[in-house]
Ligand binder design. Sequence first.
Ligand code: ACO
Length: 431
Amino acid sequence: MSESNRAAKLEIDGKTYELPIFSPTVGPDVVDIRKLYGTAGVFTYDPGFTSTASCDSTITFIDGDKGELLHRGYPIDQLAEKSHFLEVCYLLLYGELPSPAELEDFESRVTNHTMLHEQMVYFFRGFRRDAHPMAIMVGVVGAMSAFYHDSTDISDEWQREVASIRLIAKMPTIAAWAYKYSIGQPVVYPRNDLDYASNFLRMCFAVPAEDYEVNPILSRAMDRIFTLHADHEQNASTSTVRLASSSGANPFACIAAGIACLWGPAHGGANQACLEMLREIGTPDRIPEFIARAKDKDDPFRLMGFGHRVYKNFDPRAKVMKQSADEVLELLGVENNPTLQVAKELEKQALADDYFTDKKLFPNVDFYSGIILEAMGFPTSMFTPIFAVSRTIGWISQWKEMISDPQMKIGRPRQLYQGETLRDYVDIENR
Ligand code: ACO
């Protein structure tokens, strides 16, 4: 972070305060308000953090106007095309693309941590069968701190590293077991001769009674979905992880907090909500009715999979996802899938409508991911758990960056209090 020689001037009641301006390597300048309360006695007001940088980071950069997403400087479309998920994990976690030897070592470390402590099976069994897999994941990931005591001391760099590898490695096992439990099938143990995506597909779809062959096309599509969701700078769940860990809480508890936040329909739950919406629309002739509802101020309905807090142009991940949807559905022989037809027509009609273009509402990554996941055989309830598996690396990389920063402070926002002023307690008989 470099301080430029410019300063912003803020005038309050005739007094002027100078606020330093920092220049990032790329992106808009940032006004430093850290000393504002101390010098001027005022807070800033920014609900939803629409104009506030909560940290400095070197991991991910988004240019929402251009529709650009970079991980450590590398564009997401190049990573989705040329790289694969575990290599992107290495890049996010350590800052550079690995050499062949570094990648082999990293993959072997992740692979050797895929099993869960056997006692954890009883944890799954404690849930109702109809529990949402996200509910199970929040509980089981939080419970990891009760099983892996030797990686909860955040002041120990080695323990931080072990916790990171454990979370990346075990999250697919946890998500797959949550699914197996919900459909009443026995859990499938990980196989370390398979790559990350193939292993996840096998743990979700294999049964002990039959051999299971992983389809390489589906495995590639799964890996791409993981890659496209790996990190997205200071989004709601990542900020939740950072805020939770700022108190010094252990990494498993913090990632469980991130999973809880991701569950909401405005965030990770959007792909489930989007597919349900496309199914409800059902046929292209009903699209105008739903577009009219989305535009109606008195109707809370929104086009799910449309709009983004940061992207005011096409979400670059949506472009890759759309291409993947076409490929997967064609290879599975379901290119005439009615949901895909509705999605394509809805996208066309919305993008030709001034309401959406004026508000810069474009399809986001979730618009097409649900269609691919459904074609692969996943129920909608597994969409957000799959997002959680992918985003774990982003949460961990951001957590690790924050913990390693000597300037780390507990996160403690201020407020604009609008409540009652001081008043005396009134005894119950006098109310
Ligand atoms: N359909 C219809 N109108 C919309 C939509 C939508 N999907 N999204 C935003 N708008 C409208 C709002 O009504 C608002 O209109 P107004 O200015 O007339 O009041 C305007 O666009 C701005 O909307 P905000 O909610 O203020 O924008 P914000 O940046 O806070 O919200 C969000 C972004 C939450 C993603 C929103 O676009 C939305 O709810 N989209 C649908 C859910 C979704 O797809 N979420 C996935 C996000 S991506 C991810 O998490 C991976």
